[in-house]
Ligand binder design. Structure first.
Ligand code: PLP
Length: 406
């Protein structure tokens, strides 16, 4: 690979991935972001931190997560070999805990006693509240009032874990409003509070830091697939909301001839306008302090995203994905609500694994790709989370109500 393709994968010191990324925030937030970046850089190179992080991932999260050959699913889709990377088996049921433990360690190192987080569906809020309990920290979770209503079980979980919910009553009262409010509130609380962002989005250094914490997924996958198959996979497929589970698994394969495929939520179809395909149908813009592809109207107003899966329901995407898309290093495609729900049922019945609706988007794409590759194909799908949380969503979707996501 030429240097021209290689070098820009890492951002410059201000977090620019080519034209994307950066720190588009109020002046008052700059000093804390610079402090976080400096502390993170220090911590990243520190063996004691790396050891403690690995130890917690092992004894608390349950890593390494298995790489599972889904034989019946493979046989139904081209007869090749399709593996699932089982992030669904992690403590709290998804990949998000890898990141919140990493950021909580950084918060502790920086002497902060309190964590804050934004959440949409509640999954990142739960993962942050979990890390806060583990480290004996306080935790404030910013959540839109509409999301609080439709994600009541996760609100209860966070409260049980000792977190304080901060209801956000602006805009559409959903994730993007919660994150805007959290970034605003952080200015006045940053002396004792660390803001834990839930994906590879937001201002520098979050996109880099969150990718690095999630990279354990890719590093394990690489070792596991070499051990079981003696070669790297043809394709790696992951769903993309903000893009953290995808960035984490992609990061370990950037220099290899492995096709990297990100699957966005196409909702009711791109043409319907009701989707969450920021790369597939968005334009370059600024959201939550970073420049990337964003769903916006002609006036630059941020549009609401739609997906049957709440975790993909974000109108932006991490800036490094924007760069990978622009440079052709990764390919991005869309899976509709209908296709994702069909894959959810299929993999449940064929494999006895109930996937998160987010992950079901990646599985649906893997089925199509498996058929194209045929018996020689070797695919890894990132099974980002488990679907116990989605049983009501699926039932409501099938009852035609599509609760709260219209
Ligand atoms: C939150 C979530 C996602 C989407 O977030 P990314 O940052 O794109 O990974 C995907 N899958 C599950 C199970 C989630 O909880």
């Amino acid at each position: 690979m030429s240097a021209e393709i290689n070098i820009p994968y890492e951002p410059d010191e201000n977090g620019h991935f080519g034209q994307f990324g950066g720190r588009y925030v109020a002046e008052t937030l700059m000093p804390i972001l610079i402090e976080v970046a400096r502390s993170y850089e220090e911590m990243h190179g520190d063996d004691a931190f790396q050891q403690e992080f690995r130890r917690l991932l092992e004894v608390y999260v349950g890593r390494p997560s298995p790489l599972y050959l889904a034989e019946r699913f493979s046989a139904a889709h081209g007869g090749g070999r399709i593996y699932f990377k089982r992030e669904d088996l992690n403590h709290t049921g998804a990949h998000k805990i890898n990141n919140t433990i990493g950021q909580a360690l950084l918060a502790r190192r920086m002497g902060k006693q309190r964590l804050m987080a934004e959440t949409g569906a509640g999954q990142h809020g739960v993962a942050t509240a979990t890390a806060a309990a583990l480290f004996g920290m306080e935790c404030d979770v910013y959540m839109g009032t509409e999301d609080m209503r439709r994600q009541a079980p996760n609100v209860q979980r966070m409260e049980m874990l000792g977190a304080r919910l901060v209801p956000v009553n602006s805009g559409t009262c959903t994730l993007k409003d919660a994150m805007s409010e959290a970034l605003r509130a952080w200015v006045s609380t940053c002396v004792d509070t660390f803001y834990v962002i839930g994906s590879v989005a937001g201002p520098h250094p979050y996109p880099v830091m969150v990718r690095d914490f999630q990279r354990v997924i890719g590093d394990e996958t690489r070792e596991q697939i070499l051990a079981s198959e003696g070669r790297l996979p043809d394709q790696i497929i992951a769903c993309v909301g903000g893009g953290s589970n995808a960035a984490g698994i992609f990061a370990a394969f950037l220099e290899d001839s492995v096709a990297l495929i990100g699957v966005e939520a196409a909702g009711h179809g791109i043409a319907s306008g009701e989707h969450a395909a920021s790369i597939g149908a968005g334009r370059v813009g600024i959201l939550h302090g970073t420049k990337s592809y964003v769903l916006q109207d002609d006036q630059g107003q941020i549009l609401n995203a739609h997906s049957v899966s709440a975790g993909l329901d974000y109108p932006g995407v991490g800036p490094q994905h924007a760069l990978w898309a622009e440079r052709g290093r990764a390919e991005y495609c869309g899976i509709t609500d209908e296709e994702a729900v069909a894959a959810f049922h299929e993999v449940t019945l064929l494999e006895g694994i109930i996937p998160a609706l987010e992950s079901a988007h990646a599985v649906a794409e893997a089925g199509k790709r498996g058929e194209q590759l045929g018996p020689e194909g070797l695919i890894v799908v990132n099974m980002s989370g488990r679907g116990d949380k989605d049983l009501d969503n699926v039932r409501d979707y099938e009852a035609g109500r599509d609760k709260g996501h219209a």
